[in-house]
Design a protein around this ligand. Structure first.
Ligand SMILES: Nc1nc2c(ncn2[C@@H]2O[C@H](COP(=O)(O)OP(=O)(O)OP(=O)(O)O)[C@@H](O)[C@H]2O)c(=O)[nH]1
Length: 360
């Protein structure tokens, strides 16, 4: 006779942290990881592109952290996600790591949460050990409304959420915020909304998520049906090995710059890039070796038209001290950006390397 399944309470909750590109997922995750109750949590982060930066900016221990960087978790690396969860459970059961009390999966900003949920729920072996412990979706108050208009992924991420976290409210007027909250009410009328300021959330977000796995499965399945109804490309059971670029012309590319950069020229280049077709420049991230401060790299974030103030790190997050720039764009050529780096940032073309072009 097979062993009885553990009760829901005994299963390990898997929380999915999703939200469109640059909407503040990593910022929220870093704040959550400082909570003592999450000391036993494992974090799985999915990023794509030949040169990712998120894994360097997440404040989790090596033991806590798994990076899936070989594609998007909603399509090409779904198998890797299942294997990772099984391995995390095995290591915890074998006493090789501290007991696992939660898993948080940070998706890419373009991920469709429906196939991720489907993958998890379809794996009986996984569901005997884990339960879906809620879906948290970040919505950026600055770009959220326009993003919901243009990107079906963003709408889906909102539709399946158990909790909407509205971020960057410090950057918008009350009227703009209220208009966005109204829009979200319309899209996801039963979903609670919480405001996060620089990732800081007042309530114990994870504990307040639904805990009843059986109810969660029914609830999510109903919502997925509703979402699939609007989605002409793929339903919740989609098994296509689809690439985001095939659907939306979205691509990711990166630059690695060998020599330290001169800040004045680099800032001029940033101004130029910030003004360049913002709505097609979906995401820009940079880790920059500035000649004046070689020990303390700058972190840069651009999200559509918004370029956030640069943040200086106290030290390099890894031994690699080269400048790395990551772009996620729609219909902007890598060569166009490469030329502007030479022209405005005065960077010698020979010191710009070209990691393999990646599909977003
Ligand atoms: N002013 C302000 N900035 C914020 C807030 N939340 C996040 N940011 C900034 O927004 C930028 C993007 O935040 P991330 O947390 O990296 O966003 P993300 O969703 O993880 O980005 P991707 O993984 O690329 O999709 C960073 O510069 C953050 O500092 C907020 O509440 N207020």
């Amino acid at each position: 006779m097979s062993a009885p399944e553990p009760s829901n309470d005994a299963k390990i909750p898997v929380t999915i942290l999703t939200g469109f590109l640059g909407s503040g997922k990593t910022t929220v995750l870093n704040r959550l990881l400082r909570k003592p109750s999450l000391a036993g949590a494992a974090v799985i982060v999915n990023e794509f592109g030949a040169v990712g930066l998120d894994h360097l900016l997440i404040e989790a221990s090596e033991e806590q952290f798994t990076l899936l960087d070989n594609g998007c978790v909603c399509c090409t690396v779904r198998g890797d996600l299942v294997a990772t969860l099984k391995e995390l459970d095995r290591r915890s059961e074998a006493g090789e790591t501290p007991p696992l009390n939660r898993v948080i999966i940070e998706t890419t900003g373009l991920a469709d949460p429906a196939p991720i949920l489907h993958t998890l729920m379809a794996e009986a072996e996984l569901m005997a050990r884990f339960r879906i412990g809620g879906i948290v979706t970040t919505v950026d108050a600055v770009n959220g409304a326009a993003t919901l208009e243009r990107h079906v992924e963003a709408t889906k991420q909102v539709a399946v959420a158990d909790r909407l976290l509205v971020t960057k409210t410090d950057l918008v007027s009350d009227d703009a915020l209220n208009a966005l909250l109204h829009r979200l009410d319309h899209l996801a009328p039963t979903v609670e909304q919480t405001v996060a300021r620089n990732g800081e959330i007042e309530l114990d977000l994870l504990a307040s998520l639904p805990a009843d796995a059986a109810a969660a499965v029914t609830r999510i399945a109903t919502r997925l049906e509703a979402v699939a109804h609007h989605d002409h490309h793929c339903g919740p059971n989609c098994q296509h090995d689809h690439r985001h670029d095939a659907h939306h012309g979205i691509q990711s590319f990166s630059f690695v710059i060998d020599k330290p950069v001169e800040w004045d020229a680099f800032a001029r280049w940033l101004d130029y890039v910030a003004a360049l077709r913002g709505e097609d420049l979906l995401r820009f991230k940079g880790l920059v070796h500035v000649a004046d401060e070689p020990e303390r790299p700058l972190v840069l974030h651009g999200v559509q038209h918004v370029f956030h103030p640069p943040a200086r790190l106290d030290r390099w997050p890894s031994a690699d001290r080269r400048t790395r720039l990551v772009f996620i764009v729609r219909d902007i050529e890598r060569e166009t950006i490469a030329r502007t780096l030479v022209k405005f940032a005065s960077i010698d073309a020979d010191s710009i390397a070209s990691p393999v072009l990646a599909a977003a």
